[in-house]
Design a protein around this ligand. Structure first.
Ligand SMILES: NC(=O)c1ccc[n+]([C@@H]2O[C@H](COP(=O)([O-])OP(=O)(O)OC[C@H]3O[C@@H](n4cnc5c(N)ncnc54)[C@H](OP(=O)(O)O)[C@@H]3O)[C@@H](O)[C@H]2O)c1
Length: 250
């Protein structure tokens, strides 16, 4: 089966392409690096010719509110139009657990727009909501940094390894369309501050403190807003085990 992976050169996308090829499929990465730009539409329809499934694991280069909204709105419209024109039968997209709850976040608003466009497109779809990736801890810290201090809210998080995210998206891609959203998450809830503190690279001198006023990419969080619901598929890799496998001084 020909499967086009939009964002197939990124963290999740490159791993997913490998996994799909490992299952014997013709997985084609599509991104500006491979001559496909979903924002301008360049190379998109040609890339989708003959594809049975399109998986969108792209991400906006900028998380600034207007830029991210423009990215997910315009790109998703262009992808869905190209799918309709070429007869693609399954659109798979990766989004974030809690997207519907984090009203104040510009990033989550953009993901909500992406999901709404998919659901109203008429193309059979599957949406995978994943929790934060272990690999994303430093990016979270960077956004929450004030001088040498990282301010995080007093909440829980249930992060997961990018490799487990790619495996879950691979399973969904190779199954019939769900016409629904499923949640995937790490095996255990952690304190947000412990996750960020342990996720900082060796030698990072920043101090992580809990601050009830701290926000997550602009959103106020409650204790459980980042946690998945009861029916979530839980991945196996624990954060401690993942950390112990990282290169020293990463
Ligand atoms: N980070 C988290 O914790 C988390 C949690 C849950 C869900 N997610 C979702 O996971 C998805 C993938 O994240 P990621 O970290 O794997 O992303 P990433 O590593 O930043 O990769 C982004 C990909 O998007 C491509 N891209 C950028 N602009 C494009 C354009 N105009 N046209 C086509 N492709 C374009 C990039 O291509 P180039 O390499 O050519 O620039 C790259 O392949 C995102 O949708 C995100 O919302 C993330």
């Amino acid at each position: 089966m020909k499967i086009v992976v939009i964002g197939g050169t990124g963290l999740i996308g490159s791993n997913l392409v490998k996994k799909l090829r490992g299952h014997g499929h013709d997985a084609v990465p599509a991104s500006p690096d491979t001559g496909v730009n979903t924002l301008t539409g360049e190379g998109l329809t040609e890339a989708l010719e003959g594809a049975s499934v399109v998986v969108d694991v792209s991400n906006s280069p900028s998380f600034e509110d207007t830029a991210v909204l423009e990215f997910f709105g315009t790109s998703t419209r262009n992808i869905l139009d190209a799918e309709a024109a070429t007869g693609v039968g399954h659109h798979v997209a990766l989004s974030v657990v809690g997207t519907e709850r984090l009203a104040e976040s510009g990033y989550m608003e953009a993901k909500r727009v992406q999901e709404k466009l998919i659901k109203s497109s008429g193309i059979p779809y599957s949406i995978v909501h994943a929790t934060q990736f272990f690999e994303f801890a430093t990016r979270i810290a960077d956004d929450a940094t004030d001088g040498d201090t990282v301010r995080v809210p007093p909440v829980m998080i249930q992060p997961m390894a990018a490799d487990d995210v790619a495996a879950a998206v691979c399973d969904v891609t190779l199954a019939p369309p769900l016409t629904d959203t499923i949640e995937v998450a790490g095996p255990e809830p952690l304190r947000f501050e412990d996750f960020v503190r342990q996720g900082l690279r060796a030698g990072d001198k920043r101090v992580v403190v809990v601050d009830p006023e701290a926000r997550y990419f602009g959103a106020r969080l409650s204790e459980r807003s980042l946690l998945p619901g009861d029916g979530a598929r839980l991945a196996e890799t624990r954060f401690d085990d993942w950390l112990s496998r990282q290169a020293p001084g990463r």
